[in-house]
Design a protein around this ligand. Sequence first.
Ligand code: SF4
Length: 196
Amino acid sequence: MKPKAAIEPVATEAAHLVDRLERLARAGEQSGGLNPAQWDALRYLARANRFSRTPAALAEYLATTRGTVSRTLASLEEKGLIARLASDRDGRSVDFDTTKAGRALLAEDPLAQIAADIAQATQNDARLFADLLQRVLRAALARNQGRAFGICRTCRHFRRDAANGAQGPHHCGLLDVPLSDADSARICAEQSPAAA
Ligand code: SF4
């Protein structure tokens, strides 16, 4: 068996820092009348593209069960923060989207405080930091057989400026649909990272 590579102490320290940050981010999530799971779901629906706003995709993104997600979505719907829509792809399925009230609440998202801390620590140049975290996340997802849920424009199926339709200008080579500029910045359940 191949011996495991030694883990340098600073990598372990970095893992503890990520863990501590996650706890601090969660501690700020008792605001806006939502619990942490409800914040997670609301954020996901605001960031996901139109092919990915289903209970099944949300359950996979959050690594939780369909039952838990159903209860979370029902609470958000009751609060008027999300709305249920008939799926235009599958008549038996439903999609969800944020409402105006949901988007207004997201303007007060407590996670923005951590984002501000990152912006300050990186002097407003967080690209490298985000790329490194993305690589760490990919490795963890690969070990757990999870999907990437990455941003559309970084997908190997994304075809920039390849659509002719009014919904363009881009195109998805997997789903064969036009994609707008706004679509290209959203996360997708089908995303498959392009080779680096
Ligand atoms: S290009 Fe990739 S990420 Fe974008 S919609 Fe298609 S499958 Fe999803």
